[in-house]
Design a protein around this ligand. Sequence first.
Ligand SMILES: Cc1cc2nc3c(=O)[nH]c(=O)nc-3n(C[C@H](O)[C@H](O)[C@H](O)COP(=O)(O)O)c2cc1C
Length: 360
Amino acid sequence: MPPFSAIPPSSPFAHMHIGPYLLANNLFVAPMAGVTDRPFRMLCKQLGAGYAVSEMVTSRKDLWKTLKTSRRADHTGESGPIAVQIAGTDAAMMAEAAVYNIERGAQIIDINMGCPAKKVCNKWAGSALMQDEPLALSIVEAVVAAALPHGVPVTLKMRTGWCQQHKNAVNLARAAESAGVQMLTVHGRTREQGYKGVAEYDTIAAVKQAVKVPVVANGDIDSPEKAQEVLRLTGADALMVGRAAQGRPWIFREIAHYLATGEHLAAPLVGEVRRLLLAHLDEHYALYGEYTGVRTARKHIAWYLRSMPGGEVFRDHMNSLQDSASQQRAVAHFLDDLAQRHERLPQVKTDSLPLLESIA
Ligand SMILES: Cc1cc2nc3c(=O)[nH]c(=O)nc-3n(C[C@H](O)[C@H](O)[C@H](O)COP(=O)(O)O)c2cc1C
């Protein structure tokens, strides 16, 4: 399938670069650990995402050779630019992690200050860094210095701040820009909020006003209308979608179409969803192998089917299947059955984004 780009070249919402890389469009799939692996990123790109960042890779050297990290660092067959997100709390280790990933094909390095990442070296990484601006800045400077000789741009993903009383995104954004960061993504929640409450866009708008580098708005974008509203409220250069893309990778072409035309794209044909999901599963099993593949595919299947009639009941059955052949057969059967009753995917509920408290 050719890359999808519904945004007219004349649109101000087109032609965005990160360093030397021209992006297909300005709709990004958010990095989500355990979700945006290579098969899912490739699917999102195929269905209209102009850019995808990998799941975060730890800066802990002792973990680089683990199966989990090597899978995350595998970009075989992925269309560029290849962006790898790194997480950690030590400037020198982060610089080393940047170089390690550049040597393995990363064309862009993204620093994670946006996700409540796990403890690295007894300190909380990710958005927890926003609490310690000098440390955050020293990491940014070290990573930029390490990536510069390779001609690799560095980007930063953060939240609005540490907590309601300490929203320091604007300060950090200015400092990061001065240190050489070439794009900033802001999730409109504080670290303290986790995934609770609603994202606010005023702080993202303030960041956009404060810097010259492109700013990406993120948080709670779950429909074409919401995408348009967030663009209007923030003046951002690009939008990033996370949870709403889980089980709905075609959301990118739906948003792109709406932004370009003001009209809604028809829901996908059930037959197309069947084809996409089965192909996704093939790629998934190929990356993870039979045992892990079957188990980690369950959440993706559940996301695809969660809003379909009969999806809940099917999920319980599907979770009991232990091998890839029966898992795929069951999915095919479920969608064949649905296709008897619906030509297109029945309207998706957009009122509830999944809350994954385990990562918050
Ligand atoms: C399961 C899951 C894993 C995530 N992993 C990461 C990560 O590895 N790096 C990161 O910067 N953000 C991570 N995030 C945060 C998302 O990138 C995004 O900022 C957040 O979900 C808000 O966007 P949304 O409302 O569109 O989901 C994760 C979110 C979820 C739900």
